[in-house]
Design a protein around this ligand. Structure first.
Ligand code: ACM
Length: 264
């Protein structure tokens, strides 16, 4: 399955421009599953609820979903992308999965990072897995990486590939996601952004780029640069994510002892 990562430096609030750039960058590239960063079209550092309200969209009826569904239909691929969602007076830091038949999945970020807590409602979707034909895909967003339960839940629900839109500002995630891949024998696809934002009187946030795909052995098989926009695609063998064996006598899932983990 041809799987891709897109890494951008969005201009805050300029949805149309950021969206057009993503579509233009994807054009002509053959890919089955493409992952875009968290909040890739709006930018990240909101300064007020009214600003967020002006940029958040309904899913799937807003312009970002609309354009990416059209692109997915015309080019026969699936796209996972981060988006500021509004629903029933609430705002979610969400990721949508769209494909040739329209909206195929929705994830609302469970673990909100830092000042996201001032603007977004914690997600209520839980961690779900979607069958796109060539793979079963799960979604988590950025800071969810601190919680191994997120990736484990997706893997136990049958995910072959964990799509991970991100706007990373802390170190550690790139390494941690190789471990999430290794311990669950899944592919993880982290699409991060680059650049910096310093809006209003807020402290500057610097985003770390280096979007990556890790394979079920925890090896990084594709990686972008720390401070350049880019796109890259690699062919992955989804079957490798369906073998959870460690040795002839050990299996990641059968060897678990959930009765001893009762505290969680
Ligand atoms: C983050 O969750 N965007 C750091």
């Amino acid at each position: 399955m041809l799987t891709g990562i897109y890494q951008n430096n969005p201009r805050f609030g300029e949805i149309t421009k950021n969206l057009e750039q993503a579509i233009k960058t994807m054009e002509g590239i053959k890919v089955d599953l493409m992952v875009l960063p968290e909040l890739f079209a709006t930018g990240y550092q909101f300064t007020s609820i009214s600003e967020l309200e002006g940029l958040a969209e309904k899913i799937p009826d807003g312009p970002t979903c609309d354009a990416l569904i059209r692109y997915a239909r015309n080019n026969n691929l699936y796209i996972v992308f981060g988006i500021a969602e509004k629903d029933n007076g609430k705002f979610y830091n969400s990721a949508a999965l769209v494909g040739p038949d329209g909206l195929a999945g929705l994830y609302r970020k469970s673990h909100l990072f830092y000042e996201e807590k001032l603007f977004f409602t914690p997600g209520d979707t839980g961690f779900n897995v979607y069958d796109i034909g060539s793979a079963r895909v799960g979604i988590m967003i950025c800071y969810d990486w601190w919680f191994p339960e997120a990736a484990r839940t997706l893997a136990l629900k049958g995910a072959d590939v964990i799509c991970h839109p991100a706007n990373l500002v802390l170190t550690g995630c790139h390494r941690a996601m190789t471990t999430r891949s290794l311990e669950n024998a899944v592919y993880s696809v982290t699409a991060n952004r680059i650049g910096a934002e310093k809006r209003g009187n807020k402290s500057e946030l610097r985003f770390t780029g280096k979007s990556q795909i890790a394979d079920p052995k925890g090896e990084i098989i594709l990686s972008l640069e720390a401070s350049k926009e880019g796109i890259a695609v690699i062919d992955i063998d989804v079957e490798r994510a369906r073998d959870k064996a460690i040795t002839s006598m050990n299996d990641r899932f059968y060897d678990r002892r959930p009765e001893l983990y009762k505290i969680i």
